[in-house]
Write a protein that binds this ligand. Structure first.
Ligand SMILES: [Zn+2]
Length: 451
């Protein structure tokens, strides 16, 4: 124990010493608008991939390189073989980011990093360029000679349709390891360490409604012929009950003891306006992490500007449903689609097409690496560790689990739920939490080397 305390102190000191560099380098990465969505320019994404390789090499991973992924952006890969008898840890992050434009409500240019107090603002500061520097810095703490084997996988398509899942299945050897670290998560609030132990899955579909063969005068025909948009709205309105719980029968729903998520934190993080009710029932953590939730993410219908006094002949909506971590995505999607067909009013024509489905993930928490990660987090942060779920999905995690079934998973990072605004405007990272999670990851590697 005394040895461990001494080790921790050394890691903390070394981390503190490199933090100015780390923040400088993170700022450099923020300046690449590495949006990998279709229709966005490729050059910044490729430049970001190159910059990631350069950073890793500079921080002690000389083997860092790009590997082409068929149909997609290259993956940044590198490895350091383990000392004899020591485990190999594969560290994952992603270098692509969500789109961002000043007009969306950013207070400053999203691609120009800005320090304000303890936080660094800019697209990708948290999700997931903090994960990249976290990985690089934890390698640098050991001067390029970590006490365990290291593999690094930093993908370029986490936020869009990823081609890495097929690639992983085709090259399992690259991913063989004893422990996966998924550095694309974080704490609920700054200074309070958390491990993520479950991820919800996601399914999505597009519903298309047709009622008339062409648009007609709403004065001459309105009153008997059904309007497609009204029919669509009636169907969508059946998805939730009066309290806002999902009303689709038969969906899987899980609960846990750690549903405790402070409501005020949540309201502030989500930007819920004063007086607006939260929807659904049960502990907040359950609603966000373990139960299904349904969102209508787009509607095709005439805009107000193009509206005319007509009965609308066709309308469509895209529906996204988050599903319980332990639910089968294909099965849940079928239940949702059956519900939509059954909710059709007036025998209007309906067509529902799948867009995609991915199953969630439940992290086994009893293994030696998991217990060691808990210890490292608790000792470095000086606070008890919270186990939490996350409402979002990381589809690759399931593929990794299938590829290397014996490996343990550690999901953590510097993205705090309360203030990071991941995917939203004015995204930011707390530089104190970034320092602490780098130290915790370094300490974790050190402890694993001594197991
Ligand atoms: Zn992410």
């Amino acid at each position: 124990m005394r040895d461990e305390l001494a080790c921790k102190e050394i890691v903390l000191q070394k981390t503190r010493a490199i933090m100015p560099d780390v923040i400088q380098d993170l700022k450099g990465l923020i300046r690449f608008p590495s949006v990998a969505f279709p229709g966005y320019p490729k050059e910044p994404v490729l430049a970001m991939a190159d910059a990631t390789v350069t950073l890793l090499r500079r921080y002690g991973l000389p083997d860092a390189r790009l590997i082409e992924v068929p149909g997609g952006y290259p993956v940044v890969y590198g490895e350091i073989p383990p000392p004899p008898g020591k485990p190999t840890i594969l560290m994952y992050a992603h270098y692509d980011v969500q789109p961002a434009q000043k007009e969306d409500g950013w207070k400053t240019d999203p691609w120009e990093p800005l320090e304000k107090g303890r936080r660094l603002y800019g697209r990708g500061t948290a999700d997931d360029k903090s994960g990249i520097v976290m990985i690089a810095a934890s390698i640098r703490l050991f001067g390029g000679k970590p006490p365990v084997g290291i593999k690094v996988v930093i993908e370029g398509e986490e936020e869009t349709t990823s081609h890495l899942e097929h690639f992983t299945a085709a090259h399992p050897d690259l991913f063989l390891c004893d422990v996966f670290i998924i550095a694309d998560n974080g704490n609920l609030s700054v200074g309070e360490p958390a491990l993520t132990v479950s991820l919800r899955g996601e399914v999505s579909c597009i519903i298309n409604i047709r009622t008339l063969d062409h648009a007609v005068h709403s004065g001459m025909f309105g009153g008997a012929a059904p309007d497609a948009l009204i029919a669509l709205i009636k169907i969508l309105a059946t998805l939730h009950d009066i309290r806002g719980d999902v009303a689709v029968k038969g969906l899987r729903s899980a609960t846990s003891e750690n549903g405790g998520y402070p409501v005020e934190n949540y309201r502030a993080g989500a930007g819920v306006l004063d007086g607006v009710d939260l929807i659904g029932t049960g502990p907040l953590g359950d609603r966000l992490w373990f139960k299904p939730s349904i969102t209508v993410i787009g509607i095709d219908a005439p805009s107000i500007q193009k509206s005319a006094n007509i009965l609308i002949p066709g309308a469509a909506a895209k529906i996204s449903m988050r599903i319980a971590p332990n639910a089968d995505a294909g099965h849940e999607l079928q239940i949702l689609m059956d519900h939509l067909y059954a909710a059709v009013p007036w025998n209007v024509h309906i067509d529902v097409k799948e867009v995609g489905h991915s199953t969630g993930f439940t992290c086994p928490t009893g293994g030696p690496a998991y217990m060691t990660a808990r210890k490292a987090l608790e000792m470095v942060f000086g606070n008890p560790v919270l186990e939490k779920g996350t409402g979002g999905s990381i589809p690759l995690v399931n593929v990794l689990h299938e590829t290397v079934p014996h490996a343990e998973f550690i999901l953590w990072g510097a993205e705090d739920t309360a203030d990071s605004c991941v995917h939203g405007t004015n995204e930011s990272v707390d530089m104190g939490d970034l320092e602490r999670i780098i130290a915790a990851q370094g300490f974790f590697l050190m402890l694993l080397g001594n197991l």
